[in-house]
Design a protein around this ligand. Structure first.
Ligand SMILES: [Zn+2]
Length: 90
């Protein structure tokens, strides 16, 4: 099963995920914010600040990663399955 080995945030504009199959994936704060499914983000019309920053993040087991954004969004859990699916788009 594909797992996340490590997540780092080299700057506040992205996270970088190292997957157990050796692939590395960078994901921007904007992309994560656009796809956030927390109650707060689902309520609002999606006006994504292009300068949104990642303030902190924590890994939630194998499910996903919880991220606090400078926009005030902080309760969304961003599923690893979904994040990984973006890698295939490339
Ligand atoms: Zn959100």
């Amino acid at each position: 099963m594909l797992q996340v080995e490590k997540i780092i945030s080299p700057c506040k504009r992205k996270i970088v995920i190292k997957w157990s199959d050796g692939k590395t994936q960078a994901v921007s704060a904007v992309k994560l914010q656009e796809n956030c499914e927390c109650a707060r983000c689902l309520q609002k019309d999606k006006m994504i600040d292009p300068n949104v920053l990642i303030l902190s993040f924590s890994i939630k087991g194998r499910l996903g990663v919880k991220i606090s954004f400078s926009s005030g969004c902080q309760s969304g859990i961003h599923s690893f399955n979904k994040i990984r699916s973006w890698l295939k788009e490339l």
